[in-house]
Design a protein around this ligand. Structure first.
Ligand code: WT7
Length: 630
């Protein structure tokens, strides 16, 4: 049977794999060389490029200037209102130098934590690189998260400084950020300073002594800053993501291994060449923005587009207009965005010259064949290869992707492991499945950009990722290995939802719902959705003293979840039900709720404690007012 268990990098021996990564490590400039590629003696706690010293900020900026590329554009920034600004690597170096000096003046030293809550403006990148430069690990919080979510992250990290803006522009209107920071900082006494970028010019509240304008502090600082080299395993950042419980996990990434793998994958997967203009539409508040806007492309010295807004502001051709204007050669986005723009009609992209595009990337969820074909034909002129990249916040860098031109991409398959990555698909017992079978996606060997732990919770790190099959990293995804050995991602097998490429757990939304005074119990499922991939559907039991007849309750609960987590977490539908389907041991049978949410006949309910309960719930759902409109 082993001859049908294939390809998956198993042809590389351990020694070859480590040699491969040692070779890739030459993409990065080291101040002190590493003495060992990998120390796995304390598995699953990895050390990569042991003893090496480097500065991630220097690698992303200064060395390109020193190599004579100071005039090369690092970012073509496009603001949503139409303001533009091209920033060369030399200008970026000066801005980052100023910001690093300013943070130092504020008392920030290596090891201190900084929270960043900014729109997609150049200052977001500058702030991240300044943190990297002085060894102060950053936590970037997506601007769409609420004050509560921000406060939880600031507190978990004990952040000393928060970098924010008065607001950003969204769909033609200023959208405030500072009030959420005020609310969060009031609850986090560890916050000494809030550094505020003026973006919208809207009035904001000001806390004398704590709040400082970016232009006052950074704008007046010296642009000259000498980077210090840090250990390869020095923490670079923490990125929060949803797990299967209510509390988000702080995923820790360190410096050397992360930088090597993001630089390496960026260059190979996107076939990056001098003169290219690359554009990734992700927000810097997510891992994609960290790895494939900031660290990977900048380490490679790439020229990028950075766009503040949405694809439909001020018109639905905005993305394609930007591609034509800057001659974008590589474009990286998510299937949900592809499906949305596809729905708007072919005539919109047809009005723009998209012939500059050479490679198209996809990330975040499986790309359905229809969207894959449309992306290739309508955006890629029928010829651009689509690199469907599978990876996670935890993996730090792309793990599965077809290399353009090398692998014949099948619509819907992320295809094969990247070099040096030991991907496998296994069954319940942990054995590799043969071609033509489904199983669980795992990584059999450590990789340079892997998470090092969950911040403050080593035990949860081991338990979550490394204990289902000892010594094997379990990603949480189901996968199929097809007849040719290619990998097809089948979605999560745990209670993690994927809504428009955003990761949320059912438990997180449930705990937001039950924190509302009217709710006694809540169960949340992900129903498939033609645009967002999955959509959140909630079933709630109200408290006896709650006014069940209150017609506004559904709208109120959706708004409540928006306040607790952020607008992305608002359920598409909320159904008030008298009971939830439970097994005899009290476990909610989400499978049955998913059937209801997807308007299917409900499946086998024989393990329910009370088999009559489904009829009662179904009747409640059928009788619900049009919850979608609420
Ligand atoms: C989960 C990770 C990687 C950055 C964005 C999301 C799903 C991601 C793909 C893909 C099928 C994908 C998986 C994974 N996913 N890329 N190309 N094909 N599924 O990062 O929020 O950490 O979510 O996104 O389910 O586990 P994330």
């Amino acid at each position: 049977m082993t001859d049908t268990v294939p390809m998956i990098d198993s042809e590389l021996s351990e020694q070859e794999r480590l040699e491969y990564w040692a070779g890739e490590a030459t993409r990065v400039t080291w101040n002190a060389p590493f003495t060992e590629v990998l120390d796995w003696s304390d598995a699953p706690f990895a050390k990569w490029f042991v003893g090496g010293r480097l500065n991630a900020g220097y690698n992303c900026v200064d060395r390109h200037v020193e190599a004579g590329h100071g005039d090369r554009v690092a970012f073509h920034f496009v603001g949503e209102p139409g303001d533009t600004r091209s920033i060369s690597y030399r200008e970026l170096q000066q801005e980052v130098g100023r910001a690093a000096n300013a943070l130092t003046t504020l008392g920030v030293v290596a090891g201190d934590r900084i929270a960043i809550y900014l729109p997609m403006i150049p200052e977001a990148v500058v702030a991240m690189l300044a943190c990297a430069r002085i060894g102060a690990p950053h936590t970037v919080v997506f601007g769409g998260f609420s004050a509560d979510a921000l406060a939880a992250r600031i507190a978990d990290r004990d952040a000393k400084v928060v970098v924010t803006a008065d607001g950003g522009f969204r769909r033609g209107r200023p959208s405030a950020l500072k009030p959420a920071v005020d609310d969060a900082a009031d609850r986090c006494p560890g916050v000494e300073h809030v550094l505020v970028v003026r973006r919208t010019g809207e009035p904001i509240e000001w806390h004398e002594g704590r709040d400082l304008w970016w232009h006052d502090v950074v704008g007046t600082a010296s642009p000259v800053h000498a980077p210090e080299a840090f250990d390869s395993e020095h923490p670079l950042f923490i990125m929060y993501t949803s797990g299967t419980t209510g509390a988000p996990k702080g995923i820790l990434h360190t410096t050397g291994g992360y930088l090597v793998q993001v630089a390496s994958s960026f260059e190979t997967v996107f076939d990056h060449r001098p003169g290219d203009v690359y554009w990734c539409t992700a927000d810097v508040g997510w891992i994609t923005g960290h790895s494939y806007i900031v660290y990977g492309p900048l380490a490679a010295g790439a020229t990028q587009v950075l766009y503040e807004g949405t694809p439909d502001a001020p018109h639905r051709g905005r993305w394609w207009e930007i591609i034509a204007q800057y001659g974008v050669t590589q474009f990286y986005t998510a299937p949900t965005a592809i499906r949305t723009t596809m729905k708007w009609g072919d005539d919109i992209p047809a009005a723009y010259d998209l012939t500059s595009i050479r490679v198209l990337g996809s990330v975040g969820e499986p790309i359905n064949p229809e969207a894959h074909r449309w992306y290739r034909d309508t955006i890629g002129g029928g010829t651009a290869p689509i690199v469907d990249t599978w990876w996670q916040t935890e993996t730090g860098a792309q793990m599965i992707a077809p290399l353009p031109g090398m692998v014949d991409a099948k619509p819907g398959a992320a295809t094969a492991a990247l070099p040096g990555i030991a991907i496998d698909v296994v069954d319940d017992s942990g054995a590799s499945v043969p071609n033509g079978h489904d199983g669980y996606l795992v990584v059999r060997e450590p990789w340079p950009a892997m998470l090092r732990t969950i911040w403050g919770d080593d035990a949860r790190y081991v338990e979550t990722y490394w204990s289902r099959w000892p010594g094997v990293y379990f990603a949480g995804d189901g996968a199929r290995r097809d007849e040719d050995g290619h990998i097809w991602l089948l979605g999560r097998v745990d209670d993690v939802m994927n809504v428009s490429g955003h990761r949320l757990s059912t438990a997180e939304v449930e705990s937001a719902l039950v924190s509302h005074a009217a709710v006694a119990e809540a169960a949340v499922v992900a129903a498939s959705d033609p645009t967002s991939g999955q959509a959140i559907v909630a079933f709630v039991i109200l408290r006896e003293d709650a006014d069940a007849a209150n017609p506004g309750i559904v709208a109120e609960l959706r708004a409540h979840v928006g306040r607790e987590i952020g607008a992305i977490a608002k359920p598409r539908e909320v159904f008030v039900v008298p009971e939830l389907p439970k097994t005899r041991s009290g476990k909610i049978m989400r499978r049955l709720l998913r059937d209801l949410a997807e308007q299917r006949e409900t499946g086998d309910a024989t393990t329910l404690a009370d088999t009559a309960v489904m009829a009662v719930i179904t009747a409640a759902v059928a009788g619900a007012p049009d919850a979608k409109e609420a």
